[in-house]
Ligand binder design. Sequence first.
Ligand code: SF4
Length: 266
Amino acid sequence: MFDRYNRKINYLRISVTDRCNLRCTYCMPEDGVQLLSHQDILNFDEIVEVTRAAVRKGVDKIRITGGEPLIRKGIIDLAKMIGEIDGIKDYSMTTNAILLDKYADDLALAGLHRVNISLDTLDPEKFKAITRGGDIQKVFDGVQAAKKAGLEPIKVNCVIKENNQEPDALAVAKYCKENGLHIRYIKEMDLEKGEFSVVQGGSGGDCGTCNRIRLTANGTIKPCLFSDISYSVRELGAERAIDLAIGNKPQSGLTNVTGKFYNIGG
Ligand code: SF4
């Protein structure tokens, strides 16, 4: 499907949970978050129905996100249900890799093609501070497990403050080179202030060629990350919600004062 700015919309990002096993300082507030209740979260059949509807409309790229998708109970079953949908050419997951060592083989068997992994530093103490308690060794183990399972190419999302010459970014870039990983630099974003930039090494944040819509964990289709526009699939049905989202996709992002990264999926 094309939107009114003649952008081909072929990419659906699916947030399967607003929960996470980390508390990254640029994503989650220190004192925790008001989590969605179980009945507010889409069940597997609802997620698959929306995905099928999107694929019928020309979507061929699917990214599973969160929160942290690997903490969603039954995630391998869901990954398999989505993996069985004909017409998906690029099927990936964004994960903090803390549980990837445990799930990599099953994700590959479920039909997942590749993973994007979040890593902003190689310093274990800095990693623990940024993630409020995370163990970086689990990320390294997850990377090796993903390589062994063939979930490649592995892309690394490295959040930077200003530029990719920051010491942590340089260290992560060296690690990626040594391990055959593809680094992308994401400048810290602010939804409410409307602060965002093009992902270096990726396509995110480039409004002129934006090809994506998002399904939030509580079942709304969002045409744009930096907008408050959203359409409920439970109220409107998957087809109509997708049509309205693409039909009303803004030319470029502005601000988003209603959503959070952890329940939209970045
Ligand atoms: S801000 Fe909106 S239009 Fe721009 S790239 Fe992001 S999702 Fe696309």
